[in-house]
Design a protein around this ligand. Structure first.
Ligand SMILES: Cc1cc2nc3c(=O)[nH]c(=O)nc-3n(C[C@H](O)[C@H](O)[C@H](O)COP(=O)(O)OP(=O)(O)OC[C@H]3O[C@@H](n4cnc5c(N)ncnc54)[C@H](O)[C@@H]3O)c2cc1C
Length: 584
């Protein structure tokens, strides 16, 4: 998607007396707005950022979509079904008892989950395919779980966390390619006089008339030439009030607002560290969710979040504290700040939240992957459109490097430039480098004992040499290679870390990377925002991350990955269609 397609100083006239104001021009807002304009409604779409950032987080995303029973899965020999996917979903969500009977605060999240899984197993792929979206054929296996299958005593909490099969479909062209059809539709709607795209408009309150939302008040911010994703000023040059029959909130989550993230982190899971990286642009500030709450909207599950423990500082930052997530294969040893191995099944790529909570319960501000150069070259991938120029640029020649020896370009650049990549020939040397990095980081805590690390690596290598072994991680890694995509590009053949020809040992310091907000504005199954007593707050609708991707928390406690973009597509579509129908 070209960045020059949208100009902020639109030559198109403003839409007078809009039917709907949509707040936030990310993926959810674009989908809702284009569904509304497709039904003939007049829409004003506001965003606090300049036109350069149109599309919000989705542009930066890896473009991974949770699809179920797809042709891509079948071609890879994967058998999947809506029933299996929903069981996996419930095992991960752990919705509160009664949700399946329409009771309690999770009742709408549960209903959204059922709807979303059916959409992911049904209409979603054809709908997107019809808009020109295509997928990389090698389906990836994210969030593998690894806990024993069980059933809750009351039957409401079936199964255990994780994807039983690979479901993460990377879009050909990554995030920008998912946005592309919706940006195109928005520009068409603007040309038809149905959509007014107003950038640098920051909504600060909702207008209420007789208990119903009837518009927004917004600050007009000074023009900004900030590049895509970069922080822009909050200098105010004016104020406007826009009246409409309904307002849709699609303002994203809270991930860039570390203060809010820390204050909402569940106390039972310890503390998030003072030093964290941001996996989202500064625009993901969460303030609009508070604006909606001030107008009477109920917020639910605010302590449910989806941040990653595997963040590394970006050597070329775009936004504040810009971090990149390593998408790890399963072979690296994962150690806490004091060099202890994380317990099973907290292996890389198995349970993001479980690993994070383990570390925050300990009070760690970092953890470590310990591996060697050969494992890094096979298993390290990075999340984000800009970190995957081959897939984003649809460059087949560049893509071929993924199956050739050596790290792909972006990983190689981190390996060369990042001070968080510590290299050494021996475990003792590695421990010395790890400790030096911690000592050089103000406020950081932790010490890796060289002799303990040496023993840990030796015991792990001993297990690998058996060709079988009892170590659950070694067994899980060998199992993963039964899947042909893992064998081809994601999982290293099991080999001792101390194999000289596999290159030096490597320790990568990992920091908490904030990303997704799983709770949010409580909505019913039509995306109408609810008050705390469960009644509808007239005139207010919400979709995307601001609404916990549907219902105030479609994921429950944990996510299966690829469900965020999908959740924005689904909830934006539901909101747009239901509101268009209600407007008559
Ligand atoms: C690097 C990266 C990789 C990712 N990879 C994946 C992936 O592979 N698969 C997946 O499923 N998900 C992925 N995600 C997550 C996914 O991209 C997001 O959850 C999703 O795009 C959120 O969309 P949204 O429309 O709800 O919010 P956003 O994209 O955050 O858009 C919200 C918009 O609202 C605007 N706004 C906020 N407040 C106001 C206000 N008061 N007034 C006016 N405007 C306001 C913001 O400026 C912003 O433009 C990734 C995210 C990132 C950052």
């Amino acid at each position: 998607m070209s960045d020059s397609v949208v100009d902020s100083s639109s030559t198109h006239g403003p839409v007078e007396s809009p039917d709907v104001v949509v707040v936030g021009a990310g993926l959810a807002g674009l989908v809702a707005a284009t569904e509304l304009t497709a039904a003939g409604r007049r829409v004003v779409l506001l965003d606090q950022e300049p036109a350069a950032s149109l599309g919000g987080q989705a542009w930066w995303s890896f473009g991974g979509l949770f699809l179920v029973g797809s042709p891509e899965q079948r071609r890879m020999g994967v058998t999947d079904s809506a029933e299996l996917a929903f069981d996996d979903w419930l095992g991960s969500a752990q919705f509160a008892p009664g949700a399946d009977r329409g009771e309690g605060p999770d009742r709408h999240g549960y209903a959204w989950a059922r709807g979303f899984v059916d959409f992911a197993a049904g209409e979603m792929r054809d709908w997107l395919h019809g808009k020109g979206v295509r997928w990389f054929p090698l389906v990836q296996w994210a969030e593998r779980g690894g806990y024993p299958v069980r059933s809750g005593a009351d039957g409401s909490a079936a199964g255990a966390h994780g994807n039983s099969v690979p479901r993460f479909h990377v879009t050909w062209g990554t995030g920008p390619a998912i946005l592309e059809p919706f940006v195109r539709a928005a520009l068409d709607a603007r040309a038809a006089g149905l959509l007014d795209l107003r950038f640098r408009h920051r909504v600060t309150s909702l207008v209420m008339t007789d208990g119903a939302v009837t518009g927004v008040r917004a600050q007009v911010l000074a023009p900004s030439d900030a590049e895509r994703g970069a922080p822009s000023s909050r200098d105010v040059v004016g104020e406007v009030e826009i009246a409409a029959s309904a307002v849709v909130v699609t303002s994203g989550g809270i991930g860039a607002n570390h203060e809010l993230v820390r204050s909402r982190w569940p106390r039972s899971a310890g503390h998030l560290p003072a030093r964290m990286l941001s996996g989202v642009p500064d625009s993901t500030d969460g303030l609009m969710i508070g604006v909606a709450a001030d107008a009477g909207a109920a917020l639910v599950h605010e302590d449910r979040m989806w941040h990653y423990p595997e963040g590394i500082a970006n050597h070329s930052p775009v936004w504040t504290d810009h971090g990149i997530r390593i998408l790890p294969g399963p072979s690296s040893l994962w150690l806490d700040a004091d060099g202890n191995r994380l317990p099973a099944p907290l292996f890389p790529g198995f349970d993001a939240l479980g690993a994070l909570q383990h570390l925050t319960e300990r009070g760690d501000d970092h953890s470590w992957f310990v591996l060697n150069k050969a494992v890094m070259e096979t298993e390290f991938a990075l999340s984000g459109s800009e970190q995957n120029p081959d897939l984003t640029g649809k460059d087949v020649r560049l893509l071929a490097q993924r199956v050739l020896p050596g790290a792909v370009g972006p990983v190689a650049r981190f390996a060369e430039r990042s001070p968080e990549f510590v290299w050494a020939d021996t475990p003792a040397g590695l421990a010395a480098g790890m400790n030096a990095l911690v000592d050089a980081t103000p406020g950081s805590r932790g010490h890796v004992d060289p002799a303990s690390l040496e023993r840990l690596v030796r015991l792990r290598d001993e297990q690998v040499r058996t060709g079988l072994g009892k170590d659950p991680q070694v067994v899980a890694t060998a199992m993963a290679r039964r899947y042909r995509v893992d064998r081809l590009i994601r999982v290293s053949p099991p080999r001792p870390l101390t194999t000289p020809k596999d290159g030096p040992l490597l320790a990568v310091r990992l920091s908490v990377l904030t990303r997704k907000t799983l709770g949010g504005l409580w909505t019913d199954t039509s995306a109408r925002v609810l008050r705390a007593d469960g009644s509808v707050l007239p005139g207010l609708w919400a979709a995307g991350e601001a609404a916990g991707f549907g219902g105030g928390g479609v994921h429950g406690h944990r996510a299966l990955e690829g469900t965020f973009l999908g959740g924005c597509l689904y909830s934006g579509r539901v909101a747009g269609r239901a509101l268009a129908a209600e407007l008559g």
